[in-house]
Design a protein around this ligand. Sequence first.
Ligand SMILES: CCCCCCCC(=O)SCCNC(=O)CCNC(=O)[C@H](O)C(C)(C)COP(=O)(O)OP(=O)(O)OC[C@H]1O[C@@H](n2cnc3c(N)ncnc32)[C@H](O)[C@@H]1OP(=O)(O)O
Length: 173
Amino acid sequence: MAEDPGAFAEDPDAFTIEPSPSGRLLCGGCAPHDVCRLGVEIAEARDDAVRFEVVCPPFWHGGPGVAHGGWTAAVFDDALNIVALRIEPRLVTKSLAVRYLRPVPVGRPMDLLARIERHSGRRWEVSAEMTLTGTPLATARAELRTRRPHHFARHEAWLARRSPSPNGPHAES
Ligand SMILES: CCCCCCCC(=O)SCCNC(=O)CCNC(=O)[C@H](O)C(C)(C)COP(=O)(O)OP(=O)(O)OC[C@H]1O[C@@H](n2cnc3c(N)ncnc32)[C@H](O)[C@@H]1OP(=O)(O)O
């Protein structure tokens, strides 16, 4: 993440995800802890593909000994962005499709391979597979976009127009 958090207050579009002090690529929520609280670690990186070791922490369980599907989706969102973030630090997810093939165990190291399928201009198509001892547990595909220059500022301006008002909620788009 970019070094000076104060810079985002003035210019939210200064936000980028960059290697943490320990060299990890972390989201804004985990960067202050310098550890991925989802349990995602890069194991091996090539230009167009990254292999991760992932372990579902117990507090993300959704059923007895198995991961919450939201954990699996969040892990894919991270991994699918990281594979492209190494080239483009200003990305957002436009769509994410997950196929849950088998229950995902809690507390077991698993392998996740993410790769860039296509990249043209602002458009990125990425895919990934999560496996346990070679057996696929879940797969995902995502469309990413390189952020337009004023992405976060535009969002903040849009949100500000929705501040609670004595005249009731705003409805403009
Ligand atoms: C290491 C850890 C990594 C973690 C990485 C995590 C990555 C994430 O999860 S990012 C968070 C989830 N994703 C998002 O929040 C993205 C939300 N969606 C969007 O902002 C848009 O739909 C977006 C940018 C994807 C659309 O992209 P694209 O299809 O190229 O269309 P684009 O021309 O840019 O915009 C289309 C419309 O979307 C809307 N839009 C786009 N950007 C914005 C914005 N910043 N604010 C408000 N509306 C917007 C507008 O309606 C726009 O139409 P117009 O420009 O005519 O008003």
